[in-house]
Design a protein. Structure first.
Lengths: 93, 291
């Protein structure tokens, strides 16, 4: 995943927070997903920065005391999983 | 008869009424109306689909996803009867077919049609749960089919707890409080389609704030009974899989309603050893948790 790209939420996905966890429901597949605390932070940052992954990364660096390269790798991996499950779409910036 | 916080009266089949009513509640009359589909000019219809052991189809004037509170629509049960909701008069009209019987009318109105009316009008969200009162507090039992809801509901009734629901329950949100709306005074602790079961005198008719949801999980007969509070997505699952209605156009609003409800209601997972002789242990554990 190239962090210079932008992601958008799929139209068919609904998301709400419950007890600090993000609950996602994909209307296409009828699958639901739960995001843990870190996943929830990433999802909320994607919402806040309208999918700009560079801004999401900067936001996460402020929140978490983790080496930059580890955070980049985790963010890439997380976004790849969202794409794989049809929850977000990737666009060029 | 008091059902879903309304006075329901079978006008043409008075033997179906239990003569309980409250003057402060809205009345819904159930009236025989020959050719009720034509009478209400319901020109659209779906294909046949299975429902409670019969074949059924919907009739309407406009597509369901455009439904609002003034929406008249019908449900036809093949060869049994047709029901129509007259949204202007707030009445249920029905026409008989060859295999009509009064008990079948009562079943289809209470079990299926009225809950659909209330959900489509957004009066309540309907959940497929068992529900009883413990110390004046409604609790719900949620589980997949054959998961033990009816058996556990039956045990609580035998122990003297008022029944709110054997199959479907209304939920009404007022601010941050979620009220349990008792459905109808029948209980069916056995598997038989198209029947309401036994009349229950100890039926709670008054909406009260929902106290907790217990989601039932089967375990080996020698497992210990345990109760664990659920959080996050596990909480939401207890509501999501207790859906009564499955219209695509309502999925988003139901998702939003139940995720919001999950923030305000305690949800517990009860591990139930699959042994009827140990049902009392499960009962006592839930009582202890609730009181």
């Amino acid at each position: 995943m190239d962090l210079n790209k932008k992601v958008t939420f799929a139209d068919t996905v609904f998301a709400q927070e419950v007890d600090g966890e993000m609950v996602l429901l994909d209307m296409n597949s009828e699958n639901y997903f739960g995001l843990d605390e870190v996943g929830t932070s990433i999802w909320q940052a994607i919402e806040k920065y309208e999918g700009d992954l560079q801004k999401v990364l900067s936001d996460l660096m402020e929140q978490y005391d983790v080496e930059d390269e580890i955070l980049k790798k985790d963010l890439r991996s997380f976004v790849d999983k969202l794409v794989e499950n049809g929850l977000v779409e990737v666009k060029e910036t | 008869m008091i059902v879903f916080n309304r006075n329901l009266l079978f006008v043409n089949e008075p033997q179906l009424n239990d003569h309980l009513e409250k003057h402060s509640l809205e009345n819904i009359f159930v009236k025989e109306t020959p050719f009720c589909i034509e009478h209400h000019n319901l020109t659209l219809k779906t294909g046949w689909f299975p429902m409670s052991g019969q074949e059924a189809r919907y009739h309407s004037t406009i597509p369901f996803h455009k439904a609002d509170t003034a929406f008249s629509w019908g449900l036809e049960i093949k060869n049994v009867l047709t029901l129509v909701w007259d949204a202007q008069k707030c009445e249920i009209h029905y026409s008989k077919a060859e295999q009509y019987a009064p008990e079948r009318l009562r079943f289809w109105v209470l079990h299926t049609f009225l809950p659909l009316v209330l959900e489509l009008e957004r009066s309540y969200r309907i959940m497929h749960v068992g529900s009883v009162e413990v110390g004046n507090k409604p609790i719900l039992f949620s589980a997949f089919s054959f998961g033990g809801k009816s058996t556990l509901t039956d045990y609580f009734i035998q122990k003297g707890h008022p029944l709110l629901s054997d199959d479907s329950l209304g939920i009404e949100k007022k601010g941050d409080i979620y009220y349990a709306i008792p459905s109808y005074p029948f209980h069916r602790p056995y598997r038989k389609v198209e029947t309401l079961g036994y009349y229950v005198k100890n039926f709670s008719t008054e909406p009260k704030p929902l106290h907790a949801v217990y989601t039932l999980e089967k375990a080996e007969p020698d497992a210990s009974v345990s109760i664990e509070e659920l959080k996050g997505i596990e909480k939401f699952k207890a509501f999501h899989y207790s859906s009564f209605i499955d219209f695509d156009f309502m999925k988003k609003e139901r998702f939003e309603f139940f995720t919001e409800m999950a923030k305000h209601i305690q949800v517990y997972k009860v591990t139930i050893p699959w042994d009827l002789k140990r049902l009392d242990e499960v009962y006592r554990k839930i009582i202890e948790q609730t009181t």
